[in-house]
Design a binder for this molecule. Structure first.
Ligand code: NAD
Length: 426
């Protein structure tokens, strides 16, 4: 039967085989898009349409978000300019401010390694504990199978490193879960280890006597931790009261998941922005970070704050950071490549270390603002401009309306509309 409104069907046969422009026309007809909206969507910005169309499916355009640079960062004695892609105001400024208050000596960082974990799930194993040992006895064979999947990685010094076999008691009965631990060098490594897990799976089924289902990496990359620490001198941050306010904010995040979620969200504001700017997988990083924050069984803060013997504020962060310089969009997206060049990184490890430092800087600024003036004051200047634009201000009107909103301490849409009308009346 003919659909009553032929354009209003989501069943579009062959949509994936169309060009981005053909798809856009179909979407425009479906959603009744104005010609200006269609024009804007057909501008692909700094990502070539052909490339965008190859990166994901059913492409009609690109979504452009601002790219800012965090200044002042000194990491392991080296000055770094950090590109950050985010739509949220104050995120870049927060990193700049935290780093300005800690230029000397800046941030010290390290990693635990480049090791990713792939999991293979075996079920229906009648003797799971003996099966575990049978698998462990095949370690050398498993190593050869894994390395055989990726000669490029092996040539670069990566490849299979370790084998773990766990017996889990689940609602579906016992499961034998094999972990392949693989050094993925400068790749995030998801595809690399997934391929290995698939290659090993039939053997694990035979050795365990069970059936193998899932074969995929774990985003809880706890053998790929990045760490950063820094000391903010109490006198540089406004005195002991500010220091103690920050400590109090941390203590709440440490004790309370309601606060920890927001505390860690702030950390991820900084981390995701660099992850995205470098073409890495923000969801993989988020999943790993939050799983790590809950590793004790209770969700808690990813950072820690203490007082040094000298009375200064010592801050640290540790979290899984599986980022790469090759693979996924990192190598393909020209902006990601330029961001890596700005960062001056030549290894995934260095990138992870910088990102950890950015997360810590972000967190310090957020806690300092919360413990002193409140978060809204810093947010207000940019937020007021957003509100002014939402109220219809254009060009010079944006800053003028925003200034009035901030001055009146009334950053609200209705007030912005009122101010704009008055301003236009002269
Ligand atoms: P990839 O397979 O595209 O690239 C990695 C490969 O590049 C290696 O296997 C190696 O053969 C080669 N290589 C060349 N130079 C290298 C170097 N210097 N260091 C290491 N390897 C080098 O990508 P990947 O990193 O295996 O996978 C990343 C992608 O997988 C991301 O796009 C991610 O979004 C996606 N992904 C993620 C998940 C998840 O997080 N759960 C699941 C599936 C896929």
């Amino acid at each position: 039967m003919q659909h009553p409104h032929p354009n209003r069907t989501s069943r579009i046969a062959g949509f994936h085989t169309m060009t981005p422009r053909e798809r856009l026309d179909r979407v425009a007809a479906f959603a009744d898009l104005a010609p200006e909206a269609v024009d804007r969507l057909s501008d692909f910005g700094n990502l070539a349409p052909d490339l965008a169309d190859r990166l994901i499916e059913n492409v009609i355009g690109t979504m452009t978000i601002p790219l800012g640079i965090a200044t002042n960062m000194r990491i392991d004695g080296e000055d770094v300019l950090v590109p950050m892609a985010t739509e949220e105001s104050s995120v870049v400024a927060a990193v700049c401010n935290a780093a300005r208050q800690n230029r000397d000596p800046g941030f010290t960082t390290s990693v635990s390694g480049n090791l990713m974990i792939a999991q293979v799930q075996a079920v229906g194993v009648s003797d799971p504990h003996a099966a575990r040992l049978r698998i462990l006895e095949r370690c050398a064979e498993i190593a050869a199978l894994c390395d055989g999947c990726d000669p490029v990685l092996v040539r670069l010094g990566g490849g299979f490193r370790d084998l773990e076999v766990r017996v889990l008691d689940t609602k579906g009965g016992p499961m034998v879960v094999t972990h392949l631990v693989v050094d993925t060098r400068d790749a995030m490594g998801a595809n690399a280890v997934n391929t290995m897990a698939e290659a090993v799976a039939p053997h694990l089924a035979a050795w365990s006597g069970g059936r193998v289902y899932l074969r995929i990496l774990s985003n809880l990359a706890d053998r790929r931790l990045a760490r950063a620490h820094a000391v903010w001198r109490t006198e540089a941050i406004g005195g002991p009261e500010v220091r103690d306010g920050i400590l109090g904010a941390y203590h709440l995040a440490e004790a309370d998941p309601y606060r920890a979620a927001t505390h860690n969200k702030g950390i991820m504001n900084g981390i995701d922005a660099v992850v995205l700017a470098t073409g890495n997988d923000t969801r993989a990083i988020e999943a790993g970070a939050h799983a790590y924050a809950a590793r004790s069984g209770r969700y808690t803060s990813l950072t820690r704050y203490e007082v040094t013997a000298e009375g200064d504020l010592s801050a640290s962060i540790e979290l899984p950071l599986a980022v790469g310089l090759v693979g996924g969009a990192t190598k393909l997206h020209p902006t990601a490549q330029t961001c890596l060049k700005i960062l001056g990184v030549t290894s995934a490890e260095r990138l992870a270390r910088i990102i950890a430092a950015v997360g810590l800087a972000q967190n310090f600024s957020a806690l300092k603002a919360l413990a002193t003036t409140g978060i809204q004051r810093g947010h207000m200047a940019l937020h007021a401009q957003n509100i002014a634009m939402m109220a219809g201000a254009v060009g010079d009107e944006i800053a003028a309306v925003a200034a009035v909103l901030v001055e009146r301490r009334q950053v609200r849409m209705d007030v912005a509309e009122e101010v704009l009308v008055a301003m236009r009346r002269g």
